[in-house]
Design a protein around this ligand. Sequence first.
Ligand SMILES: [Zn+2]
Ligand SMILES: [Zn+2]
Length: 145
Amino acid sequence: MEAIKKQLHSQSYKLTPQREATVRVLLEHEEDHLSAEDVYLLVKDKAPEIGLATVYRTLELLSELKVVDKINFGDGVSRYDLRKEGAEHFHHHLVCVECGSVTEIEEDLLGDVEKIIESRWNFHVKDHRLTFHGICDKCQNENNK
Ligand SMILES: [Zn+2]
Ligand SMILES: [Zn+2]
């Protein structure tokens, strides 16, 4: 929370109570990948006066400031994912096509790929997002029963 507050202040934004409530929900659900609607419902529990439009605006602001990353797993819903503190790159995701579970990979694994891209296409890579679609360990076990 403190780190996020600093990040907002450094860009001359204030952590208003509405913004704080939104950030708090994101922190409490760090492992989840919430849609704006999900965030709104959870924030509303704490701050009933908050409107969906405010939550949307806050999420947009947080994603501009790179506090959260906006992600889409191919179901047409934008989800908001808290960037890990100090993470240079956005973490990767494994999305199970059967149960819909999402696993996060913190390891970057892409250092070599980036080097190839930089040298072959002279493209300076700043970030990447990677989503693998497949069948999770649990579903594979169930399928084999
Ligand atoms: Zn994630
Ligand atoms: Zn699964």
